[in-house]
Design a protein around this ligand. Structure first.
Ligand code: FEO
Length: 402
């Protein structure tokens, strides 16, 4: 066990020198319930190489961990796998302190490091080419859009270790550095939330990357991602988790999220949920008064149906529901059916507006929106239950077709 702000040995040549952010709860709109880590790594070889840095607020933690292994001035190269500020906003400071001979990034990384931080003189690496650097053998592979256009991963042949960057990551701030020290259900849950909220739009790219890595036959004994725990045992498990998430196969599960002004849309949501469950499918009934947009995204990844409940407010979608719909639209989920429902007083536009949004998200509409003027009576609640059963039948069909 390392002391405070000391490096943690990962493999023969590699040390973790990153930072733990126990307190972060908002990662560009995603509620990171358990915080995160910004993982940076030191390769200690003939020449020392720093892989990535950390979010600027944590730069002293990075420098302190590096200094527990080598003097900062003994680092000869820095490799920036990704320009986003959670990994590169300390880079300018690191360059100033370390004065490396060279800094490397992908071709787009070179442009983005200049555009974001004004950094000049960064060298572009060649995609897919094995190179010798500082006495070790590295291969950089561009992973454009995982999760930015500049992203790349780096393979260290001597230790059979993949610096997988945002890929194979999760937001999980813990005192444990290794996945084998954390319960598997926690890892699965956090990987699901991370994937749903960050990588869903790029699911096809994740599958291609996993196929590419398998096809070129990289031997991987350690996966060292940029967020969350390091995998030094059973690395196939995180690959398998990611592959399953990226496939987005729908389960017999409906996410029913809603907000309600006076409790009427809520009554409809609960009755629909009862109908779904009575027909043997899973119903996730989620009030936006108790759930964050990223909770909805996390539940939606493996669901087949998205049922959206909103009152009409000033001829429009209720603001909290519009927020979540905008967020989900950007995440480009696949393989969903759905519909809108809700109570209204006199105009009732929300249902159609939401259904239009669902269609623009390639969600297959199950029916027209289910609307009710003011409080749902017993007949309407029965209609909602029946609608829940129709949704369950649709889910059955979707699962059969997969
Ligand atoms: Fe962890 Fe795309 O940054």
């Amino acid at each position: 066990m390392a002391g405070p702000n000391e490096a943690v040995r990962v493999s023969d040549k590699v040390y973790w020198v990153g930072a733990i952010d126990y307190n972060i709860r908002d990662f560009h709109g995603y509620h990171t319930a358990l915080g995160s880590t910004y993982n940076a790594y030191l390769i200690k070889g003939e020449d020392n190489i720093l892989i990535d840095t950390v979010k600027r607020d944590f730069s002293e933690e990075l420098f302190s961990r590096v200094s527990s292994v080598v003097d900062l001035s003994d680092i000869r190269y820095i490799i920036s796998n990704h320009a986003e500020p959670d990994h590169a906003s300390s880079l300018a400071m690191a360059i100033e302190k370390i004065k490396p001979e060279k800094v490397f990034a992908s071709k787009i990384g070179v442009q983005n490091l200049k555009a974001l931080y004004g950094l000049e003189g960064v060298d572009a690496v060649e995609d897919g080419k094995e190179v010798k650097l500082g006495g070790v053998t590295l291969t950089h592979m561009e992973t454009r859009m995982l999760h930015w256009p500049d992203s790349m991963i780096t393979y260290l042949a001597e230790d059979k270790l993949l610096f997988s960057q945002d890929a194979l990551s999760m937001h999980l701030g813990s005192s444990e550095r290794f996945a084998d020290e954390i319960q598997m259900d926690v890892l699965e849950e956090m990987a699901n939330r991370y994937f749903a909220n960050i990588l869903t739009p790029y699911s096809q790219l994740v599958l291609k990357l996993l196929d590419k890595v398998a096809a070129i036959g990289l031997e991987i004994e350690v996966v060292a991602p940029d967020h969350g725990p390091i995998w030094r045992k059973d690395v196939g498990r995180i690959v398998e988790i990611y592959r399953t998430l990226a496939l987005q196969k729908p389960k017999k599960k409906a996410v029913i999220f809603y907000d309600s002004m006076w409790g009427n849309t809520e009554k409809m949501a609960r009755a629909i949920g009862e109908g779904v469950a009575d027909a043997g499918a899973e119903a996730k009934v989620m009030s936006l008064k108790a759930n964050h947009r990223s909770d909805v995204a996390g539940e939606l990844l493996d669901a087949g149906a998205l049922l959206v409940g909103s009152p009409t407010l000033n001829n429009n979608i209720f603001p909290s529901v519009a927020d979540v719909m905008t967020y989900l639209k950007g995440l480009k989920f696949r393989n969903k059916s759905g519909v809108a429902f809700g109570s209204y007083g006199w105009s009732g536009e929300a249902g159609k507006l939401i259904c239009d949004m669902l269609e623009s998200m390639n969600v297959e509409l199950i029916t027209d929106p289910l609307k009710n003027r003011f409080a749902p009576d017993a007949d309407m609640l029965e209609t909602c239950r029946e609608f829940g059963k129709t949704t369950a039948a649709k889910l059955e069909e979707m699962v059969r077709d997969e």
